[in-house]
Design a protein around this ligand. Structure first.
Ligand SMILES: C[S@@+](CC[C@H](N)C(=O)[O-])C[C@H]1O[C@@H](n2cnc3c(N)ncnc32)[C@H](O)[C@@H]1O
Length: 213
């Protein structure tokens, strides 16, 4: 199966970015900002905003993005320090594409339980027909203690179909695609965690794509 989002948009006809025109793209829980930087480089006519509660890992890429053009600066990139529950009001109704890749901690918990604060915050920033791509990677053995500590549910198809997707629907997001990514597909996602987690063969990577209704 293809990765749902592939920066090489011209080569791959089956990807999320083919559903969008040029527009504003937000990456929530952006980590070190790799996805934002690489995507902004590949798609100069879209504007990319990376958001994370923790800015420490962002220092290198955000410095690079604001240097001289000859040193790799990009005019179509912005990084914001914010928690997902508290996204800046300036983003209200302007975002055409939201990505959440390999969420962890409170972001993972909010995504897989369909927390009201996450869903209302995301819905608030959506422009009409905004697309939302969520990629979750869980290794049942390695992540057992984190899953138990956060009291997270198993992501069975029954749970997704009957609990999680209905919560997203009630919050104004229609499911348009979902599935499991094999490791060759998710390792092509331009994020640092996709690269870091490549060795974990038992990790199941689920993608969900919604559209604001
Ligand atoms: C495992 S990292 C993934 C980073 C990046 N998306 C990637 O794929 O490389 C998860 C990120 O989620 C961020 N995060 C956790 N809880 C958050 C919250 N409530 N709001 C915003 N970001 C959050 C963490 O700071 C961390 O950078």
């Amino acid at each position: 199966m293809e990765a749902p989002f592939d920066n090489s948009t011209k080569k791959n006809s089956k990807n999320l970015s083919n559903h969008t025109g040029e527009g504003v793209v937000v990456d929530i829980g952006t980590g070190d900002g790799r996805f934002v930087y690489r995507s902004a480089l590949a798609n100069p006519n879209k504007f990319y905003i990376g958001i994370d509660a923790n800015t420490k890992p962002l220092e290198k890429i955000s410095m690079k993005a604001t240097r001289k053009p000859s040193k790799g600066s990009l005019p179509n990139v912005l990084f914001i320090q914010a928690a997902v529950e508290n996204l800046p009001g300036e983003l209200n109704a302007v975002v055409d594409e939201i990505h959440i890749h390999f969420p962890w901690g409170s972001l993972l918990s909010a995504v897989v339980t369909g927390e009201e604060s996450l869903l209302s915050s995301m819905r608030r920033i959506c422009a009409p027909e905004c697309l939302v791509e969520i990629v979750i990677g869980i290794d049942k053995e390695r992540d057992k203690s984190e899953m138990e500590w956060l009291e997270l549910p198993q992501l069975s198809s029954d749970y997704l179909e009957n609990v999680l997707i209905p919560k997203y629907r009630a919050a104004g997001f229609e499911i348009i695609d979902k599935g499991i990514l094999d490791s060759s597909a998710w390792s092509r996602l331009e994020t640092s965690w996709a690269r870091k987690l490549q060795g974990g063969s038992n990790r199941q990577v689920i993608f969900l794509i919604f559209q604001a209704s």
